[in-house]
Design a binder for this molecule. Sequence first.
Ligand SMILES: C[S@@+](CC[C@H](N)C(=O)[O-])C[C@H]1O[C@@H](n2cnc3c(N)ncnc32)[C@H](O)[C@@H]1O
Length: 196
Amino acid sequence: MEADRIKWNERYADDEYQMGLNPSRFLADRIQLLKTLTPGRRALDIACGEGRNSIFLAHHGFQVTAVDISDRGIEKGESRMRSEGVTVDFRGVDLDGYDIDEQYDLIVNLNFLSRELIPREVTALKPGGILLFETILDSPTLAGNHTRHYLLQSGELLQLFNREAGTILEYDEFPQIACPVGRILFQKQGPLLLVT
Ligand SMILES: C[S@@+](CC[C@H](N)C(=O)[O-])C[C@H]1O[C@@H](n2cnc3c(N)ncnc32)[C@H](O)[C@@H]1O
């Protein structure tokens, strides 16, 4: 949506990295496990922002496609990518109604909630592929102004993924921390083995 592009371009306007340079803690803490579990190294970073998670994955040997509506975010990601000598395929994309038309071994969806996109993310995973998902949870400890529609409700993430064919490897909600989140690590059903 054009309004999102304008809003996020304004947030990312100056040279500071608004989301920081470090990757998401959840992603960083799981990276060895992800390298073990993913069938290959093609990764997609959904709503990548300024690219902190994409660049981290590229440093870990993943071939990363990174999509976001903010051209300013993408510009900052590309600039950092060049200075760090890694490659990420950054793409300007509006995820509203977006069809993911390639297949990935790993999809990361961090600090972004589109309920409609989740089934399409699972479809875009290769058999045995992993989806790592974490975003903000509605909770009394949550500070600032947030649009309720973009916040997870308690138990909601589990419900959304229970509909999908695969295994929930990890699920947690942290309602009491300063920035409350819900998170999930999901593995798509692997290839079916024919026993003869
Ligand atoms: C809180 S930031 C998260 C960025 C990144 N995932 C991270 O954790 O650093 C949310 C991102 O969603 C992107 N976004 C919002 N609406 C979008 C849309 N309709 N299509 C694509 N990206 C969108 C914004 O541009 C912004 O970069």
